[in-house]
Design a protein. Structure first.
Length: 241
């Protein structure tokens, strides 16, 4: 393994995918966040709280200006995780090229780390949820995410160790499905009622899903293209005189 090439591929592909994520978020997610925060501010004013619109506008400009950079940093961290998993599982992933293998793995990891947790605890805009329950809600989400992620990781190791046995193609996904269905049923629901307009909440959830699916797809595509071109899994050639 060419360590330097491998690190460069993981960080660069993650940064590009993350920057694209941040850019798309500016266009289709931020408007929902603005609308949700406006509702929150109106409720605060109605309850007698002092609200400075100028200070709020300045804060939102600062927050949005760092969105693309924050996306790139997030992308690099996820890209590093993706690269390690790909390097370990690459021989077991179906596909005629590393690009196809990377796209397949990106689809699996996107489902395990985003889509499935979102089915149990879907994303909500800022105006939704009691501030006093935020840590409890975060704990529930992280716990469900951990169950999904570590179950998938353990079963991926088992899948590889089972070698050429055909039964693994049914057994491993079946075990994962059983674990997640059990977690879905047994873990408590979100404790807060949705009080914001449902069209706002639904639009935010759809927009968030679109950006994250795009992110995982772009990450797999770019990572796989780099891998096919640079071939970091091949040992570096040593010239002898």
């Amino acid at each position: 393994m060419k360590a330097g090439t491998f690190i460069a591929i993981t960080l660069l592909s993650g940064a590009i995918a993350g920057a694209i994520l941040g850019t798309i978020n500016q266009a289709i997610v931020e408007p929902y966040i603005d609308a949700a925060i406006d509702i929150e501010n109106q409720n605060a004013v109605a309850s007698g709280e002092i609200f400075d619109p100028t200070e709020y506008a300045t804060y939102r400009i600062w927050q949005k200006s760092g969105g693309i950079a924050a996306g790139a940093v997030l992308g690099m961290s996820i890209g590093a995780l993706f690269g390690v998993v790909f390097a370990y599982t690459r021989p077991s992933i179906p596909g005629s090229s590393n690009k196809k293998k990377a796209i397949i793995l990106a689809g699996i990891m996107g489902a395990v780390l985003f889509i499935i947790p979102a089915l149990k605890y879907p994303a909500n805009p800022p105006a939704v949820g009691d501030p006093e329950t935020i840590y409890y809600r975060q704990t529930l989400y992280v716990a469900f995410l951990a169950i999904s992620g570590f179950s998938a990781l353990g079963l991926a190791i088992l899948y590889r160790k089972m070698g050429a046995r055909q039964a693994k193609r049914v057994l491993v996904p079946g075990v994962y499905a059983a674990i997640m269905v059990s977690a879905f049923v047994l873990m408590p629901p979100n404790p807060d009622d949705v009080t914001a307009p449902m069209d706002l909440v639904t639009g935010f959830r759809i927009a968030s899903a679109v950006t994250m699916v795009t992110f995982w797809g772009v990450l797999g595509l770019i990572f796989g293209a780099f891998w096919d071109r640079l071939k970091p899994h091949e040992a570096a050639k040593v010239n002898t005189v």
